[in-house]
Design a protein around this ligand. Structure first.
Ligand SMILES: Nc1ncnc2c1ncn2[C@@H]1O[C@H](COP(=O)(O)OP(=O)(O)OP(=O)(O)O)[C@@H](O)[C@H]1O
Ligand SMILES: [Mg+2]
Length: 331
């Protein structure tokens, strides 16, 4: 993890409430208190205490480990809705909570690689070489300097040509799926694979949809939020019908929520009416800290662990992990 005063919020400049004395908020101690029967999601103070404990003890397993590896594609062809921000911060949140997470950067912009602090200049083994079959996944995986449980296959500018190069290749839609299957045999015990897509519905996104079982759609709480989502859902339907029957939209996450505006609430309500239970209760607030973090090669969890943005991604990670448990237990 990054050095520095992890328990001091850069947003407020003050110490994060409840973080002065780590022992008082250790998750185990917390569970043994007279309030142990109260779920952290039931009271704001309980939730705050649990998050503080997780940030003070990064890596402690505090969410259920999925029974089998979960591969989740983060897609929305609308640009700038928070795909990359969600991919890297959710990955960091899951890693903080004890999971091993691989981020596959499938956007030639390489923003996810930047935020995770991994090298992604031309020549570095990347998702491009993986797709064209020039390297094995074990040779393309880098460990983020912020956590040994946070892994990344970076994207370099070479990926910009991949959409065209892939057209003439054999099994062009399934190349990423085949390539990342090797990770398990290469000795990486990965709990979650998160794939960051570019803002298009081309072959890169199709490869991501074929490689995953789940799709997470980030939706920005702004005008035209649902614009283009219909097209995305139709494409997911096509991939499901022809290439990957297990694919489904498991999660929708509302991003850049600004509680001061009526519009944000209206959009949130519309999205919840449209998608129902797959929408996470946690919403990501619009926050300067979230947008500043990548400039330092960091996720917001490392940049300002006490900020609202970091807390909300921790909440989203926990919700995502516990929901899987429910679905997997039911099946
Ligand atoms: N919660 C947030 N609060 C403030 N700014 C945010 C938040 N989430 C994302 N941003 C900013 O919004 C911009 C777009 O976010 P991001 O790059 O994650 O979107 P994207 O969907 O991946 O974009 P693209 O389609 O170009 O890949 C970035 O500058 C990012 O820092
Ligand atoms: Mg992006």
């Amino acid at each position: 993890m990054s050095s520095g005063p992890a328990n001091v919020s850069r947003e407020t400049g003050s110490r994060v409430p409840g973080m002065l004395d780590s022992s008082s908020f250790d998750a185990e101690t917390f569970g043994n208190t007279p309030f142990g029967h109260i779920s952290p999601s039931e009271t704001p103070i309980a939730a705050e205490a649990q998050r503080a404990s997780q940030i003070l003890h990064p890596g402690k397993v505090t969410v259920p480990k999925p029974r089998e590896q979960r591969i989740i594609t983060i897609a929305n062809q609308k640009g700038g809705v928070g795909k990359t921000t969600t991919t890297v911060n959710l990955a960091a949140a899951l890693a903080h909570q004890g999971m091993t997470v691989l981020v596959v950067d499938l956007d030639p912009q390489g923003n996810a690689s930047t935020a995770l602090g991994v090298a992604h200049h031309s020549g570095v083994p990347s998702s491009y070489e993986l797709l064209i079959g020039e390297v094995k996944v074990k040779d393309a995986i880098q460990v983020s300097p912020h956590s040994e449980r946070l892994l990344c296959v970076p994207a370099t500018i070479d990926l910009a040509g991949a959409e065209i190069e892939l057209v003439s290749m054999v099994a062009r839609e399934g190349r990423l799926k085949t390539a990342i299957q090797d990770a398990a045999t290469a000795g990486f015990d990965i709990d979650y694979v998160l794939i960051d897509c570019p803002p298009s519905l081309g072959l890169l996104t199709v490869n991501a949809l074929v490689a995953a079982k789940e799709v997470l759609i980030p939706i920005q709480c702004e005008y035209y939020a649902l614009e283009g989502v219909g097209q995305l859902l139709r494409n997911i339907g096509l991939v499901q019908a022809h290439l990957n029957p297990e694919l489904h939209v498991s999660t929708v996450l509302l991003t850049m929520y600004d509680g001061r505006t009526k519009l944000a609430d209206q959009v949130a309500e519309e999205v919840r009416n449209h998608f129902g239970d797959v929408v996470l209760k946690a919403m990501i607030p619009r926050s300067v800290k979230v947008s500043e973090a990548p400039g330092y090669g960091m996720t917001v969890l490392d940049y300002d662990p006490g900020s609202r943005g970091a807390m909300s991604y921790m909440d989203a990670g926990r919700e995502l992990a516990s929901r899987a448990q429910v679905t997997q237990d039911a099946s």
